[in-house]
Unconditional design. Structure first.
Lengths: 505, 416
């Protein structure tokens, strides 16, 4: 079967570009003379620094929300600029629901969905998606599992048929499971030599107490992978991938009538099982303390030895915030000033002032239960001690004094700009709305949160910084050559250093 | 200077993209990595925009920026709200006009250390990252402008002087060597006048002429005439093999065919290499293939990570078998349609972003002198035939003239 895609509408976007002009060889005076005049005695040819007008306010769009007969909640955001549709189905089947000792089950279940579904085996399914030029992805994050599809409008019909099969009729075949499982275990072996991935695994393992739903990596460990069977996958799928707890985000060049006709066809036979949903799905989102609140301990320093590494990956971590806490709306601005942009304090200090690193950054994760705060940098090994000391000091100053006036204004502008870009493209908008739906927010969450974020004043930002950046009980993980790191830690007064393997063991 | 305006009011975003016709292939002997180091120095300030103000003022206006350097080109882009456009243009004009003469050793030293840490982070401390440091040296003779990696060597980065910086700026950062794109939510007539005012009076010495390559292009034969093998030890768990060939330059006959071939080889579960090596024979953990197109030549690479216990000899034989089949017999009609549709969809989805549109316009300007080349570009892929792809594979992806690099775990001092 041949299908050639029409993209003329899109091309018109580029073809409309204005002609080139203003080619100006000009007289070639001695360059140095021209430059020594600039900004000095003669009037500056560039004029003064332009005054900034206020950027127009931006409120994120709110998708319309409605329920389907089978209980699935639809979030629809129409965007008719380019002939593209992106959709994402989310279910509360993330890694947080992995049974004890079977970390990675949620992710592996999601990975198995497109390994054969409906009448098509895995190769036929991939071939058909390729033929349609469709991008189909399945996966799991901490709170939710997802299936995501992006496709040109003209191929939405046949592509959504595949999407429906993947969600509702996965084959979960033993031969394919064996292959997927082998690849999974190999990727966990490979992870051991990826320093940033190792730092992430160890941070979660050490910040959360054992058994906490977020303590294990989403893709599990070598130990947990060995225990996950196809029966586990089948059971997890049957229990948790159900329409009455699913949400479907649709963004792009499509109307509600078109969406409903598509869903009647694609999800018409997908019915909620008669057994009640697992009780943990019905519990309201956990507040600040979730299951297994991290124990209040003193600051810990954990080193994962990576002999001969030219850099140390340093992660300074502590419990963060739940996506449902009020502070989650304004912490992005605190983080922006601390380690969220190029001019942030951490990046300026470690990179621009000292040249110890190619870059330092920080982030809060926004999850159902309380997430993490992590500040991270890969630093030249010989500066590990100094860099860590600087990171702790920078975070400490922010937690005590909050943002400067300049930072209050800057982070307001950056937060607004970040939102505009988040909703710029169909794919990006679908990804953000998918996250909000997966975590359990309402469709107007982004709009409401953005109002709080823009309005937050210096006092509120200072309070949030004090509450969420105190490092008294922080966990510091360093992946690097222990023999070279330890004397440097001693020199900055850190003598109690724990060791860890690459999986936090 | 070339100016390209692309007005579109769909979203309240403007992008300023400035591309300079200089990359690592223009570097002087003993100064590898300099073009990229210089890119970092472009943010270090002038008299009007003091050190650190470039980024600080831009972020205060709700904007952000980044830049990249390739073998052929250096590109700077700024993204911001419409209200920031005047500032973005003013700061770009300022640094193009005045940056070089105001360079100091302090500024140079600061970014030298940053760049050396960039090298450590992205190449030396990343699994398989060292391949990119060595592959160009094996693929091209020492006299070839593509012989060294863009990031350069530590020794050469350490050797760079303030005079080097000033001379490089004077030679390459000339309006005649620059192309400015403004894309997004702005008024063309007003911005055109403003550009004239800000950039029009910057003096020019004319475009510099770059080194002329003896290397591969459409009209000359590849310089590689034998199989070059090398094995690297690295901190990795799984072994990997990377094969590389010299192939036709960007937009030369054969370039689009090799793009489609790389898609057919590795882009999905049903692709040739993935299906054979990962799915069916279960020899490999992952496969990758790409045509990396350059101004004076391209390289085609195939990379395969082996499963534990599978020898790289077996992997190489399995790759060769698949490539041999594609050299001898055209791919199926269905494979061709799939590859074309994947390439086209990717093309359309990229056009959604103002930043990507600005980057594409400057890419076409740099590589074809026609910023409106998009339709013709797409036509290359649409008109490609399976026989044409077979012929290009047979001509360029030859078994007896290629680089074969292996990466294996370090024997001693291996992390547990």
């Amino acid at each position: 079967m041949k299908r050639s895609l029409l993209v003329l509408g899109a091309l018109a976007l580029l073809a409309a570009c204005g002609g080139k002009g203003a080619s100006r060889p000009g007289p070639p005076p001695a360059r140095s003379a021209a430059i020594s005049d600039a900004g000095a005695v003669a009037p500056d040819p560039l004029g003064p620094r332009p005054e900034l007008a206020e950027a127009a306010p931006f409120t994120p769009p709110i998708p319309i929300q409605y329920k389907r007969p089978n209980g699935t909640e639809v979030w629809l955001l129409e965007r008719h600029g380019l002939p593209i549709v992106s959709m994402q189905l989310v279910v509360p089947a993330g890694a947080a629901y992995d049974p004890d000792g079977k970390g990675g089950l949620a992710a592996t279940t999601a990975n198995m969905l497109d390994e054969g579904a409906g009448k098509r085996g895995p190769l036929d399914l991939a071939r058909e998606a390729d033929r349609l030029g469709a991008t189909l992805r399945t996966g799991a994050l901490a709170d939710y599992g997802f299936v995501q599809l992006t496709v040109l409008k003209k191929n939405l019909g046949p592509a959504s048929d595949i999407f429906g099969d993947v969600v509702t009729k996965p084959q979960l075949n033993p031969v394919e499971f064996k292959r997927v499982h082998d690849l999974w275990e190999n990727s966990l072996r490979a992870r051991q030599s990826e320093p940033e991935a190792v730092a992430g695994v160890v941070v979660a393992r050490k910040v959360y107490s054992a058994g906490h739903p977020y303590a294990h990596p989403i893709d599990g460990t070598l130990g947990s992978a060995a225990k996950v069977t196809l029966d586990d996958v089948k059971k997890f799928y049957a229990t948790r991938w159900r329409p009455d707890h699913a949400r479907l985000v649709v963004v792009g060049d499509v109307t509600r009538a078109e969406v409903d006709a598509m869903l009647d066809r694609v999800f018409g036979t997908w019915k909620a099982p008669t057994v009640p949903a697992p009780v943990d799905l019905l519990v309201p989102p956990a507040p600040l303390s979730g299951r297994g609140e991290p124990p209040p301990v003193a600051r810990r320093v954990v080193v994962v030895d990576r002999p001969d590494a030219p850099q140390s990956v340093i992660a300074v971590a502590r419990p963060g915030v739940s996506a449902f806490d009020e502070e989650s709306a304004i912490l992005p601005r605190v983080n922006s000033a601390l380690g969220g942009s190029f001019t942030s304090r951490l990046n300026q200090d470690l990179r621009e002032e000292h040249g110890w690193s190619y870059g330092a950054h920080s982030r809060f994760s926004f999850t159902r239960m309380r997430g993490l705060f992590v500040a991270q940098a890969a630093v030249h090994t010989e500066h590990t001690g100094e860099a860590l000391q600087a990171m702790i000091a920078d975070i400490g100053v922010m937690s005590k004094a909050g943002l400067t006036d300049e930072e209050v204004e800057k982070t307001k502008q950056l937060a607004r700009a970040e939102l505009v870009e988040t909703f710029e493209t169909v794919q990006a908008a679908a990804a953000r709305l998918g996250r909000n739906a997966g975590v359990g927010h309402t469709p107007d969450h982004e709009a409401a949160a953005s109002r709080l974020m823009v309005r937050a004043d210096k006092g509120q930002l200072k309070k949030a910084a004090a509450q969420f950046l105190d490092l008294d009980t922080a966990v510091i993980v360093i992946v690097g050559p222990r023999a070279k790191i330890e004397p440097q830690l001693k020199a900055i007064g850190i003598t109690a250093v724990e060791s860890s393997g690459t999986e936090g063991q | 200077m070339t100016v390209i305006l692309h007005e579109n009011h769909d979203v309240p975003i403007v992008v300023v993209n400035v591309s300079f016709g200089v990359g690592s292939r223009f570097e002087a002997p003993g100064r590898t990595g300099f073009a990229h180091l210089f890119e970092h120095l472009m943010f270090m300030g002038t008299r009007r925009v003091p050190p650190k103000a470039f980024d600080a003022w831009m972020e205060r206006a709700g904007g952000w920026n980044n830049a990249w350097t390739s073998k052929d080109r250096t590109e700077y882009y700024d993204v911001g709200p419409p209200s920031s456009l005047d500032l973005l243009l003013w700061m770009e004009a300022d640094r193009l006009r005045d940056l070089g003469p105001l360079m100091t050793l302090e500024k140079l030293d600061a970014q030298r250390e940053v760049v050396r840490n960039e090298r450590r982070q992205t190449s030396e401390n990343t699994p398989y990252g060292k391949v990119e440091l060595r592959l160009p040296e094996l693929l091209y003779p020492e006299s070839h402008p593509y012989h060294h990696p863009v990031i350069g060597s530590h020794a050469d980065l350490e050797a760079a002087t303030v005079d080097d910086v000033k001379a490089f700026f004077a030679k390459h950062y000339d309006p005649a060597n620059a192309s400015l794109v403004v894309a997004g939510d702005f008024d063309s007539a007003r911005v055109k006048a403003r550009i004239e005012q800000l950039f029009g009076a910057i003096p020019s010495r004319g475009a510099p002429t770059g080194p002329v390559a003896a290397g591969a292009d459409a009209s000359s034969k590849p310089t590689l005439t034998a199989v070059v093998k090398e094995t690297l030890e690295d901190n990795v768990e799984l072994e990997k093999v990377v094969m590389a060939w010299q192939t036709p330059k960007h937009f030369a006959p054969g370039d689009a065919e090799l793009d489609l071939l790389s898609t057919a080889l590795s882009s999905s579960k049903a692709s040739r290499l993935y299906k054979a090596l990962v799915y069916e024979q279960k020899l490999a953990q992952s496969v990758e293939a790409s045509q990396e197109s350059g101004h004076i030549g391209s390289r085609f690479t195939v990379g395969v990570i082996a499963r534990p216990g599978v020898s790289l000899d077996r992997i190489e034989a399995a790759i060769d078998k698949e490539l041999d089949a594609l050299r001898k017999k055209p791919m199926t009609d269905d494979e061709l349609v799939r590859a074309k549709n994947l390439v086209e969809t990717d093309f359309v989805t990229r056009l959604e972003s103002v930043r990507e549109r600005a980057a594409l316009l400057n890419m076409y300007q740099a590589d074809t002198k026609d910023p409106g080349f998009a339709a013709k570009d797409l036509e290359r892929y649409r008109s490609a035939t399976k026989e044409g792809i077979r012929d290009v594979a047979a001509k360029y992806l030859v078994p007896n003239a290629r680089v074969v690099m292996r990466v294996v775990p370090k024997k001693a001092g291996k992390a547990k």
